[in-house]
Structures are given as C-alpha cells and as structure tokens.
Design a protein around this ligand. Structure first.
Ligand code: PEP
Ligand code: MG
Length: 568
C-alpha cells in the first residue's frame, strides 16, 4: 500500500500523542482438529484452564477498577459470566466426551460457534459481545497451550499500533508507556474504545488497512480529537503538533489543578456541575474530580452480570453508601433503565425485534412492579442518610408518570406503616429522552419536581437512528437542528415555571456546545467524572453575554455542520 501522510479514522480518545510506533500483533493460536484418547484428562485440563482464566480476569478487574471505574470494569464481570456459562461447558464436555476432541479443539469450536451466534444477530452491540467471547476464548486457549502472551510492554513510551485490541489488552495498557493508540479496525462504542477513553489516552480507531503496512513509520502523530493520524512526519509537522500537544497538556494540567474550584463562567456566573456514576464507589471519584453532587446514578449496573436481581438489602447498602459518600450533596438515583441494548437474562423480557422501542426503562418497571417496588424501598430507606432524588427513565406519557408515582406512594406508605424512617424531602423527576415527553413538557412540568435531558436517547429517538449503529450514528448527532429545538423547548419550558432542568447525556460534556446550552438557559450539567475538570476549565473561557447570542445565531441553520460552524 502507499505510504499515507495522513489517515483519518474515528476519534476515540481526545488529545495528541507523538512517539515511535510499537506494533502489536498478538499471535493467533492456531488450533487443529485433534482427538484425545483420554477425555477425562482433557476435561480436567480445560477446567483447570478456565479456573486460572477466571482468577486472571478477577485480578484484571480489580487492577482496572480504580483507573476505569465500576461501569467499565463491569466488562470483566461479563467475561467471567461467559467463562462460566453452563451451556458452553456442557457443549465442550460433549465435544470432549462424545466426539473425543482434544480440550483445545473442543473449546475453540464451542467458542467460535458462540461468537458466530452473536455476530449473526446483526447488531453492533452483539458484534461487541462476540469480541468479548473471542477475548475470553483466547485467554483459555493460551492457558491450555501454556502459551503466554508477551503483553503490551514497549521498551520506551510509544504509540501502540494494531489491528484490533481486545478489552483485556486495553485494560492492561499503562498510560505511562502507551502514549496513544491507533487501531485499523474498531468503533467508538466498542468496549476497547470505552476503556481507552477512561484511561485518558489519545486514540484513533478504524483507520482501515492492516497495521503492519504502517509499521515502517518511526514517528507517528495521533490527533485523537480530530481523528487524524500522521504516519510520515516532517520536522515542521512534529514541531507544529508538539506545540498543539503542549497547549493541550497545559490546558489539561490547569483543569486538573482547578478541578475543585467552583464552576463559573468568565463573567463569574455560577453553574452546577454534577457527576454521572454507576456505583457508590464512583461517587467518591466524582467528588474528587469536582462534582457538586450526582446528577445521574445509573442503577442498572447493579442488576447486570448476575443470575437474580439484587435484594432490597443489597441495594439499600449500595445506595446508602452512595448518599454518605456524597457528603451532603444530592444524589439523583435513576430507577432501573433496562431493555434496549442493556439486556438482563433473568428479567423476563420477551425477545423483541426492536428492543430500543420495546419494554425499556419505566416500561419494564411498570410491568414488573414487584422488582420496581424493591428498588424504590431501597432508595427511600437510603434517603434518610442524606439528600436524594429519584428519576424515572424513558417516560413518554403522563400515565406512566402517574403509575410510577402511585407505586412510589405505596412504598412510602408501607415504610411508614413499618415504622421505617425516610427523608421528607426526596424530589421526584423524569428524564426527558423521548420526543413525546418534549412535546408534552409543559404538562409534565406541572407535576414533576425536576427534569433531566438524556441527549443520548433523545437524539436517537428524534432522528430515528440506533445510537449504537456506526453506519447511521452521525444522523443522531445532537447538532441536528431537530434535536437542538427539542432541547431548547425543554429548557425554556422548565425555566418559565422555575423548575430545575439538567442535562445528563453525553452532550452535557461536549465543550463545543457548552456556550449554546448556556445561551438556551441550561445551568445544571451532569457528566462522567473524568470530563468534569476540562468542562470547568472551558467554562472559564465563556461569557454569558456571548453565550446568549448563540441561540439566535443557529436558528436558521439546517445542517449539523452549519450549526457547528456558527457556534465554534
Ligand atoms: C441518555 O439517554 O442521554 C442517558 C443519559 O441515559 P443512558 O445513556 O443511560 O441511556
Ligand atoms: Mg437514556
């Protein structure tokens, strides 16, 4: 192939990295069809390899927890579940005992079939699951063949170049030795991309071709913000990009230094910055990064990767801990938002051909009121330990809101009858993530205590695009005028009646759109903890006077590109 000067891929992790190339091409373990004359021994070897792999995954999870957070580390719980899936073990046992296949061949065959099943479902989420299955499969095969991967350990700090990275590979990366990541394959929403972002490493995925075609480059520049990769670097280019990198690093260190300062604009207007978390532990991280409370506690992660729902007691412990760790700041618990791409096998949702339009969020909770009531009891009990809000996801009708409120009322009454103390000031609100809730926003606002805009789903439902489908994902950008109009309408309606309105989707942390949102009147922004320091730093450069001019400026624009041009 030609030696491309610049290649553009998908921007996965922001920032600039410059350094020598470290080509990582993990050896594929070739497994030939071999028979065993001692099936008992082969099964024993396999079970031993599974045990060793489970322990290794457990270590990886623990080691990465602090760096990438509970939500992302949960990927390894999923790996453990795959590894210990009884159906998988039964199949392999059949191959070993029934067909006399060797442990290696039997395992590989079963894993390939498992992965193929996910791939054939033709959804990007399922394709990611198949990558997880293969990752786990390779781990066990290495144990069986006693072939230990050398791992990603360059001698000097380098830019990692590879075709694909498994989630395990990514989690084992250390930002001190890996300056940037370039993958020829991969998408923005893959598990590896999520981990790379959490690690704060500049990364570009999906540049095309094969990694070894690019390896002759000695120095490479990765611009993770634009998605550009420079493989042939003149001195002038290196100098220019080093300058950009310096500015970026300076901004980064300044934002780290000032992360606990109040969030204010250049003209001293105070804004509230909150954290999005998925576990009590992460509340601590959010506060350490400068959050003034939790705007979104995604409770569904408590329900995932297990075989039965968490008990009331287990949930109470987690919620109480979260409230205590918030140290007097408010924690907004979003009730179970399951369905869509977040499937839970034991929660009895029938197979749906359109899960994002099916029994999701509040729709699930209202269908299974017992599961819902257990969660509400746990949250209400935790409320006496601090400041708590409850938020219902995926609300589209007032009836749903009334039904959810009725169950909450019954839960509060029951707790009262039992003499259990709860806080009197729990506020109850809804997420605005369906077009129907926006169209009826004024009716909702007569009854709810607050609203929070979930732009990830709002964009997908307004634009009728699957948020996980990379082929049409760009249609679902929040820069689409139709999405912006929905957001503006929601904020204006809430401000008219002086009810709190927050935003907790990814858009809340997009620096390019902060001024426009301020101009629309948004004052509460909730985001992943790692994004808070940069958000606050950017805020310090914006004046309300300039922000207020932006809504008028974008009014007549019809394309996301025009909108972007007008506001940046
Ligand atoms: C959203 O939809 O914007 C949101 C915050 O919820 P989630 O990403 O969990 O669906
Ligand atoms: Mg959502």
């Amino acid at each position: 192939m030609n030696n491309p000067l610049i290649t553009r891929g998908i921007s996965v992790g922001h920032g600039i990295a410059i350094g020598p190339v470290f080509l990582y091409s993990p050896k594929r373990i070739e497994v030939e069809q071999t028979q065993t004359d001692n099936p008992k021994l082969d099964l024993k070897r396999l079970i031993e390899a599974i045990k060793l792999s489970t322990a290794e995954i457990e270590d990886l999870r623990k080691a990465s927890l602090r760096q990438i957070g509970e939500k992302d580390a949960a990927i390894f719980d999923a790996h453990k579940l795959i590894l210990n899936d009884p159906d998988l073990l039964e199949k392999v046992t059949r191959y070993i005992h029934g067909d006399n296949f060797s442990a290696e061949y039997a395992w590989n065959k079963a894993i390939e079939e498992y992965a193929e099943l996910y791939r054939s479902l033709n959804s990007s989420t399922m394709v990611e699951r198949s990558a997880d299955v293969q990752d786990v499969g390779a781990r066990v095969l290495r144990k069986l063949s006693k072939d230990y991967e050398p791992g990603i350990h360059p001698k000097t700090p380098s830019v990692l170049l590879c075709d694909e990275l498994s989630p395990s590979d990514t989690a084992s990366i250390h930002p001190d030795t890996i300056l940037g990541i370039i993958c020829t394959k991969g998408s923005r929403t893959s598990h590896s991309a999520i981990i790379a972002r959490s690690l704060g490493i500049p990364a570009v995925f999906g540049i095309g071709g094969v990694a070894k075609d690019y390896q002759h480059s000695e120095n490479v520049v990765v611009d993770g913000t634009s998605g550009d990769v420079y493989f042939e670097c003149s001195d002038a280019l290196i100098a220019e990009m080093s300058k950009k990198q310096n500015e970026w690093q300076k901004k980064r260190s300044l934002s780290q230094k000032n992360k606990l300062e109040q969030a204010t604009t250049a003209c001293s207007k105070t804004i509230r910055v909150l954290g999005n978390v998925s576990s009590a532990e992460e509340v601590k991280t959010a506060l350490e990064n400068g959050a003034e409370g939790i705007g979104l506690f995604r409770t569904e992660f408590l329900y995932m990767n297990r075989i039965a729902p968490p008990s009331e007691e287990e949930q109470y412990e987690e919620y109480r801990r979260a409230v205590e760790l918030a140290n007097g700041n408010r924690v907004t618990f979003r009730t179970l938002d399951i369905g869509g791409d977040k499937a839970i096998s034991y929660l009895d949702i029938d197979k749906e051909s359109n899960p994002f339009l099916g029994v999701r969020g509040i729709r699930y909770s209202l269908r299974f009121p017992k599961v819902f009531a257990v969660q509400l009891r746990a949250i209400m009990r935790a409320s006496k330990s601090g400041l708590v809000s409850i938020m219902f996801p995926m609300i589209s009708t007032l009836q749903e809101w009334h039904a959810a409120l009725k169950i909450l009322g019954e839960v509060i009454q029951d707790l009262d009858d039992e003499g259990v103390e709860v806080a009197p000031d729990v506020s109850v609100g809804i997420m605005i993530e369906t077009p129907a809730s926006v169209m009826n926003i004024r009716d909702f606002l007569k009854e709810v205590d607050f609203v929070s805009i979930g732009t990830n789903d709002l964009a997908q439902y307004v634009m009728a695009t699957d948020r996980n489908n990379p082929q049409i994902g760009s249609l679902a950008t929040t820069y689409q005028p139709a999405v912006l109009k929905m957001i503006k309408r929601t904020i204006s309606a809430a401000r008219d009646v002086a009810k709190p309105v927050a935003m907790c989707g990814e858009m809340a942390s997009d620096p390019e759109v902060t001024a426009l949102l301020l101009g629309y009147g948004l004052r509460n922004f909730s985001m992943n903890s790692s994004q808070i320091p940069d958000f606050k730093q950017n805020l310090r450069t914006i004046t309300m006077e300039s922000a207020k001019k932006l809504p008028d400026k974008v009014k007549g624009y019809m394309t996301p590109a025009q909108v972007k041009d007008a506001i940046t």
